[in-house]
Design a protein around this ligand. Structure first.
Ligand SMILES: [Zn+2]
Length: 355
């Protein structure tokens, strides 16, 4: 199924913050000549899909970067010291299989090493491992001079090796970087859905750079677009795993996560309510979600004189690890909702929201 192929391709793409070019290529290829494509000057992709009217301008932003690491230094024995890029919990890092990409484009496999439990003191066993004590083992031995042979240099990007899997429950996809390659896939699927439709607005599909290090690409691309409203298409948190009690609405299969709160924005309330009403009118399942963390809308909504914004989430288990899980059914529901938004959002709706 092409949907799964699209998601697999984007999940497997290599690209920490600042190194998003592989994702740029995929988006450009998938968008094709159905849109006019530009870049802002720090690299975000801005695709414009014209409708019947120039306004309102609707911006959908999905970030192309994934969390990962960067080479900080190489020990004289050939072990790689690294910097975290994006929000890592140190407990998720030891044992990760990774790829380092050298300046020449070579992918070097490695594993994040740490002293084994046998070698830890009583005190060390009680504490979380610290990144400064970790290193990446690329196979350096006395007989293999990794430093001389591999051409790895400080600044080289590192991503988890991941591994895309359709689970035994066929609705679920396990992979790296759903945050936010699932949003990138939605940009493509939304464009597919809009073929031959005359929508009363202009749609901007933005693959933003450097979200994981401070919502940076969305800021500059919003400045370039000057949208009337903006949406982040991203992941939201699932609480349907052991350790959470009660009536869990933020779950796989829970439909669209409509964010009522994140650390970077209170959504525009009339836009939020409009979208909830639209979901109900179209019988699209959704739930209200919150997160400690930010979305591209955190900078978009502060552009110029302000932009009404809302973040929409695909419920995801194990966000910010090397293996997270999403549901295809949720994907289809969020796609239905953003398609309905584009089909319905005209000048009158905008006026009611901003009046
Ligand atoms: Zn994200």
């Amino acid at each position: 199924m092409d949907r799964i192929e699209l998601l697999r391709e984007l999940s497997e793409a290599f690209g920490i913050s600042g190194y998003e070019d592989d994702v740029v290529d995929i988006l450009k290829k998938r968008f094709g000549d159905r849109v006019s494509i530009g870049r802002d000057r720090i690299g975000s992709v801005i695709a414009r899909k014209d409708g019947k009217s120039e306004r309102p301008k609707i911006m959908f932003s999905a970030h192309m970067d994934e969390i990962g690491f960067m080479v900080k230094d190489i020990t004289k024995e050939g072990f790689i010291k690294f910097l975290p890029i994006g929000g890592w919990w140190s407990g998720n890092i030891p044992g990760l299989k990774v790829h380092i990409r050298t300046r020449k484009g070579k992918l070097v496999p490695g594993v994040v090493g740490l002293k084994p439990i046998h070698e830890l003191s009583e005190e060390e066993r009680k504490k979380l491992p610290e990144i400064k004590n970790m290193y990446i083992d690329v196979g350096a031995t006395k007989a293999f001079d990794a430093k001389a042979k591999l051409g790895i240099r400080p600044g080289d990007p590192i991503v988890p090796a991941g591994g895309f899997v359709q689970m035994a429950n066929k609705d679920l996809l396990l992979g790296k970087a759903w945050d936010d390659r699932v949003g990138c896939a939605l940009l493509v699927s939304l464009l597919d859905n809009l073929q031959g439709k005359k929508h009363p607005n202009t749609v901007y599909l933005v693959g933003s750079v450097q979200e994981e290090v401070g919502l940076r690409g969305a800021r500059t691309s919003a400045f370039a677009i000057e949208p009337d409203i903006g949406f982040a298409l991203d992941v939201s948190i699932c609480r349907d795993t052991p350790g959470n009690d009660g009536d869990i609405t933020e779950r796989l299969g829970g439909g669209v996560g409509i964010l009522i709160y994140d650390s970077t924005m209170i959504p525009h309330v009339r836009l939020r309510d409009y979208v909830c009403d639209l979901a109900e009118a179209n019988k699209i399942p959704y739930h209200l979600a919150s997160i400690r963390g930010g979305y591209d809308t955190g900078t978009i909504h502060l552009t110029k004189h302000g932009v009404p914004c809302l973040a929409l989430g695909v419920p995801t288990r194990y966000v910010h690890s090397d293996a997270s899980v999403i549901s295809l059914e949720d994907y289809e529901n969020i796609l239905k909702l953003i398609t309905a938004i584009v089909e319905n959002f005209n000048d009158d709706v905008l006026k009611k929201i901003i009046e």
